[in-house]
Design a protein around this ligand. Structure first.
Ligand code: GRF
Length: 207
């Protein structure tokens, strides 16, 4: 049984997709052992509570320095003894020590087809604003392992989504969530839970 810890900062719709996937069998061999947020007001924490999943808030605001916060965050994660960490809209920079300890055991969902519209400054609506400004006809989402870079780790799954005439950033964001994020993140977790993802260099092999 794969023990997963989900890290969130906002509404938690990706967390909800994971919760629903475990319930309906889309995600097999997996247990959500905890949800951690940096934002005590994150609705994602309410979703965890409503589903009987242990949750906790570790906020940088509660610690004098970023170093102390980083230590406390890693302590909280280790305390859950996860096999896999899932960043589902987690907006805090991951401490280097955590990236090392969970190398190839930490995944992130990014709302674009990496390497487009990713890297520093590309998160949330900003991704979709940039896509619309560039006039691309296809966008999408990517699940990837987390390494020391920003959105640079080995790609696991991607799914394309059509841009429609008149799309606003909000409308496009919602379509990418519904048609891509909420599908490929659960699928990636299920593949990992069943030992079907291998990392070879900067790429993955899905068996
Ligand atoms: C999603 O758009 C995800 O791609 C990005 O942050 C957002 C999180 O949304 N990383 P939610 O909290 O899962 O609703």
């Amino acid at each position: 049984m794969l023990r997963i810890a989900v890290m969130v900062s906002g509404g938690g719709t990706n967390l909800q997709a994971i919760i629903d996937g475990v319930k309906d069998g889309t995600i097999t061999n997996t247990e959500i052992v905890g949800v951690i947020s940096n934002n005590r007001n994150a609705y994602a924490l309410k979703r965890a509570e409503e589903n009987g999943i242990p949750s906790l808030c570790v906020s940088p605001k509660d610690y004098e320095t970023r170093e102390i916060f980083n230590e406390k965050l890693l302590e909280a994660v280790d305390g859950l003894q996860p096999d896999l960490i899932v960043l589902a809209g987690f907006l805090v920079v991951i401490p280097p020590a955590m990236i090392q300890r969970y190398r190839n055991r930490m995944i992130n969902i990014h709302p674009s087809l990496i390497p487009s519209f990713c890297g520093k400054g590309y998160y949330g609506l900003k991704v979709h604003e940039a896509a619309l400004a560039r006039g691309v006809k296809v966008v999408g989402a990517t699940v990837h392992f987390v390494d020391e870079g920003t959105d640079t780790g080995p790609i696991i799954l991607q799914k394309a989504v059509e841009v429609e005439q008149g799309d606003t950033p909000e409308v496009l964001q919602r379509r990418v969530m519904e048609q891509a994020e909420w599908k490929i993140l659960p699928r990636a977790i299920d593949l990992i839970a069943n030992g079907r993802v291998r990392v070879e260099g900067n790429k993955t092999v899905i068996d």
